[in-house]
Design a protein around this ligand. Structure first.
Ligand SMILES: NC(=O)C1=CN([C@@H]2O[C@H](COP(=O)(O)OP(=O)(O)OC[C@H]3O[C@@H](n4cnc5c(N)ncnc54)[C@H](O)[C@@H]3O)[C@@H](O)[C@H]2O)C=CC1
Ligand SMILES: O=c1[nH]c(=O)c2[nH+]cn([C@@H]3O[C@H](COP(=O)(O)O)[C@@H](O)[C@H]3O)c2[nH]1
Ligand SMILES: [K+]
Length: 553
């Protein structure tokens, strides 16, 4: 390095941080200083005079006179200084006023995304699932209960057989579900008196398909069982001594309450980040409700089942119906947090904050399956919505969830850097082992169904009440979403750690050691972005290849 170059560098580095982080006006000052130190290329100066380095979010979103709204792909974060390792990055963040998550991920209340399996795995890995409401009140409360009662290593909803089922029916059940052992109870369901167990060995040598289960099951008196309340360590010991594959857990009345499988115990992983409540240390779970009068009964049943957070689910949350139900929920169940929404403007947010919400859900018409902006002409580009609502709600101490439109880990990092406490995902989490529905093949690709809650298909299942015009004899349904499919992503056990690691990389490159630090920098105007031209956006993706494979992790 020549001496001249070295001194230039030194002088450049002397430019104080405030100047470097100041707005476009401040940039002229930077340039003047640069000119003074004889920056060699006048072409460069001309160019940079016209195209300043980067902008603060308030320049992009507030002092923006172009009236253009932006979304995640329009923006790119400028790199910061990395002074810390990847493992030191803290991605914990607020979901609501009272709930903090170790991983800022929320699964959307949609009937192809969140039922108990999704909610359990989300909570185990530090996020949370919101159980959808496109089912009866009883079924939704039962889903919540399954999450609250979940114990790592325990199968709390084992498929049971009744003693009068035939061998042929057992074969069919085995083929459909892919496992071979089933407890037998008096009523054929969990909670019934335990009568025996069927395992592979029991069915191997019988040929008559009409033989009833009671004739070939291993009967109760030959079974080793454990009492309700048994710990995993004790259960493990019992299984080791008995050399059995399954251990039924019964209550005092000898009714089946759970099943423990040796194979599960062997692969049992610890989840140190799990989201748990403070009272019983059970997994956290949320559930959605609508704004109809009967949703008050739904809320009561959910609270009785132990729900931790209720999401009032509307596409346009600033309605008298929503304000009424929020006030009701806060008065009736003050210990349960309420997330209102969806909103995309500070004035909508203000109404819900005044009604008492503990969190806000932000996003309108931007989801992968959404057609609301097309159908209703109302909505907002998501980066603008997140930035404006988050900044406003922060003044009132209310965190926001950036809901929908997340296509990659980069979008998650951008949402949090724009002020979101957490991100809610539908499409990203659909098509995993834990999402509802079966996999199927189309053109050789393994897929799962994913649909909007305002699609005709979802309405036909139950949510149509929301969409039909009341007091008319001809009910006209207007779809605000589509029904489609997404590719198999495997299990959340691997997918969530991938999302977490991707987010850590994003924060690290931006020079932020935590979500909290990113947001401090955001509001101190120290986080820098640039708007990407369409060409820059395509440059930022994969290009110029004949073909390629995209493996995520
Ligand atoms: N985030 C988004 O951009 C969108 C989300 N969705 C999803 O679709 C589902 C349905 O959303 P919405 O259509 O907004 O459902 P909604 O139930 O809030 O509204 C449907 C219609 O019913 C009316 N309504 C609601 N409560 C009422 C009451 N108590 N009395 C009389 N009328 C009442 C509303 O004004 C609206 O016209 C939700 O799961 C939502 O998340 C749908 C569209 C857009
Ligand atoms: O316009 C819409 N019509 C619908 O039918 C619909 N269903 C869900 N949602 C919203 O989309 C979010 C999920 O979006 P992503 O798949 O992009 O994660 C969800 O979290 C919802 O906010 C809908 N929006
Ligand atoms: K959309």
């Amino acid at each position: 390095m020549s001496g001249e170059n070295g001194s230039k560098r030194q002088k450049l580095s002397e430019i104080d941080e405030e100047t470097l982080n100041s707005g476009a006006e401040g940039y002229d000052f930077v340039l003047r200083k640069k000119k003074r130190i004889a920056w060699s290329s006048s072409i460069f100066i001309n160019l940079t005079n016209r195209f300043p380095f980067s902008f603060t979010p308030s320049q992009i979103f507030v002092r923006n006179t172009s009236c253009i709204a932006y979304t995640y792909d329009d923006l790119i974060l400028m790199p910061g200084h990395i002074g810390f390792g990847l493992n030191e990055i803290d991605i914990s963040s607020q979901l609501t006023k009272n709930i903090r998550l170790q991983a800022p991920f929320v699964s959307s209340p949609m009937d192809t995304v969140t039922e108990h399996k999704m909610a359990i795995m989300m909570a185990l890995q530090g996020g949370i699932g919101i159980i959808h409401s496109n089912m009866s009140i009883e079924d939704q409360a039962a889903e919540v209960l399954k999450v609250k009662k979940f114990k790592n290593g325990f199968i709390t909803d084992p498929v049971c057989l009744s003693p009068d089922m035939t061998l042929e029916e057992v074969w069919r059940t085995k083929d459909k579900l892919g496992f071979s052992s089933f407890p037998v109870t008096e009523c054929g369901r969990l909670g019934g008196k335990l009568l025996g167990i069927i395992s592979n060995r029991d069915t191997s040598f019988i040929e008559d398909p009409n033989v009833p289960v009671s004739d070939f099951m291993t009967p109760r008196d030959k079974l080793v069982s454990a009492k309700e309340g048994v710990s995993l360590i004790e259960a493990n010991d019992i299984l080791k001594k008995s050399k059995k594959g399954k251990l039924p857990v019964v209550n005092e009345k000898d009714e089946l309450v759970a099943l423990i499988a040796r194979t599960d115990l062997q692969k049992n992983i610890d989840y140190p980040l799990a989201s748990k409540d403070n009272v019983n240390k059970q997994l956290l779970v949320g559930a959605s409700i609508g704004t109809r009068p009967e949703d008050r009964d739904r809320a009561k049943a959910l609270v009785d089942a132990g729900v931790d957070v209720i999401v009032v689910d509307s596409s346009q949350g600033d309605s008298v119906y929503q304000l009424d139900i929020i006030r009701y929920l806060k008065a009736e169940f003050p210990k349960v947090d309420v997330i209102g929404g969806n909103v995309v403007t500070p004035s909508q947010a203000l109404h819900l904050i005044e009604a008492g919400v503990d969190g806000l859900r932000v996003g309108m018409g931007i989801g992968s399956i959404c057609t609301t902006q097309e159908v209703c002409a109302v909505g907002r580009a998501q980066a603008s919505a997140v930035y404006h609502v988050a900044k406003f709600a922060k003044r009132h101490g209310i965190p926001i969830v950036a809901d929908g439109g997340i296509k990659s880990t980069g979008h998650i990092a951008k949402a949090l850097c724009l002020g979101a406490g957490c991100v809610m995902m539908g499409g990203m989490l659909a098509g995993t082992d834990e999402s509802p529905g079966e996999y199927f093949y189309q053109d050789g690709v393994r897929l799962k169904r994913y649909r909007g809650m305002g699609s005709l298909e979802a309405m036909e299942k139950g949510s149509e009440k929301r969409y039909v015009w009341e007091n008319t004899t001809t009910a006209i349904k207007v779809a605000q979403g589509v029904s489609g499919a997404v590719q198999d992503k495997g299990t959340l056990r691997r997918y969530i750690p991938y999302l977490m690691q991707g987010l850590r990389h994003g924060l690290q490159d931006a020079g932020c050691a935590s979500v909290a630090e990113a947001q401090e920098k955001l509001y101190a105007d120290k986080l820098r972005f640039e708007i990407r031209s369409p060409a820059a956006q395509s440059e930022g993706g994969v290009h110029s290849l004949h073909s390629y494979q995209k493996r995520l992790y």
